[in-house]
Design a binder for this molecule. Structure first.
Ligand code: TRP
Length: 331
């Protein structure tokens, strides 16, 4: 069984893009792998959330992960800060990480460009903490999107460096797990090609959105003035509506509107009504489960505690081994 590690920063609600991008695949992965799905609350501190927001966001992800189908009996679902061993591993790794190589990381350079007044040390060492998350459980596979590939490459560099310096093979070199064709890219409702809350709140459909909210957002989605001649290529915004429809509607429904588009008789209002209804139907089991779980504080805390315990067991083993390899010995 392969070990899989994946973290998510708690910065708000999960949306359909998250669901189709990773979450749906996690649900399958947990059946055949030893999975560690954690909430990277330490990492999210680089953006200085308020204590209230931090806690709420962590709880939301826990609730939404479980509502979507992650099973705490199958996967280890935990909060990063419940396993502080990761800090020790991060510190130990950092001794063989060079400031220069961290300064050259694309995500760091982008932060420097975009928020020059908050270039904190946590941003610089972000990839070291992420490597520690992964190596703490000696992962074989890490499901990552494009934006995280460089971080995973660094993880392999740090692992390999550690092995070389201490002349052993302790760390396996984790590989990126690409969902490939199973990855369904979900566009935004605002004409952008990727559903992302950083661009525009209204371009996102959250798993926690009520039917009324979903209907409103979809009806307000960007479209265009309609095809003027048969065979005219679709604008990005309209292609997005079709793409969303392909994700949630039946093939017949998609074909129906495709034909309407091709014959220039399409009415976007009708299409959006159908799309909203299909998104609502698709999402309703998850939506309802979210509502239930939100008031089940005892259950949520039990899941978090149980996950933390399992994760700590794995973490303690690694820390014990690493200390001994480095020469940290108890008197
Ligand atoms: N950096 C990841 C992100 O922003 C989150 C993350 C933290 C992560 N630690 C991880 C992902 C370990 C995979 C493995 O999306």
């Amino acid at each position: 069984m392969d070990r899989v590690v994946s973290g998510i920063r708690p910065t708000g609600y999960l949306h359909l893009g998250n669901y189709f991008g990773a979450l749906r695949n996690f649900i399958k992965m947990q059946e055949e792998n030893e999975c560690f799905f954690f909430i990277a609350d330490y990492h999210s501190l680089t953006t200085h959330p308020t204590p209230q927001d931090l806690h709420t966001n962590v709880k939301n992800i826990l609730v939404e992960y479980i509502a979507a189908g992650l099973d705490p009996e199958k996967a280890t679902i935990y909060v990063q800060s419940d396993v502080p061993q990761v800090c020790e591993l991060s510190l130990l790794l950092s001794m063989n990480v060079y400031v220069g190589e961290l300064q050259r990381v694309a995500s760091f350079k982008e932060k420097v460009r975009r928020q020059p007044d908050n270039v904190n040390a946590g941003l610089l060492t972000y990839p070291v903490l992420m490597a520690a998350d992964i190596l703490l459980h000696r992962a074989d596979k890490v499901p990552v999107g494009k934006d995280q590939e460089q971080h995973l490459e660094l993880t392999r560099d740090f692992a390999q460096r550690f092995n070389r310096i201490y002349k052993n093979e302790y760390f396996k070199l984790p590989v990126a797990y690409n969902f490939g064709s199973e990855l369904v890219k979900i566009p935004g409702l605002d004409g952008s090609t990727k559903m992302s809350k950083s661009d525009n709140e209204n371009s996102c459909i959250y798993l926690a959105d009520s039917p009324e909210v979903i209907r409103k957002k979809v009806m307000k989605a960007v479209s265009d003035s309609g095809p003027a001649a048969p065979g005219e290529p679709k604008s990005q915004a309209v292609e997005n509506l079709f793409q969303l429809m392909r994700a949630v509607s039946s093939p017949d429904t998609v074909q129906y509107f495709e034909d309407q588009y091709q014959s220039c008789s399409i009415r976007y209002g009708d299409m959006k009504k159908q799309l909203a209804a299909d998104i609502i139907a698709f999402n309703s089991p998850v939506f309802e489960r979210i509502q239930e779980l939100r008031s089940m504080d005892d259950y949520i805390s039990k899941v978090a505690r149980q996950g933390a315990e399992k994760a700590r067991e794995s973490a303690e083993r690694t820390i014990r081994d690493i200390r001994s390899i480095i020469g940290i010995k108890q008197f």
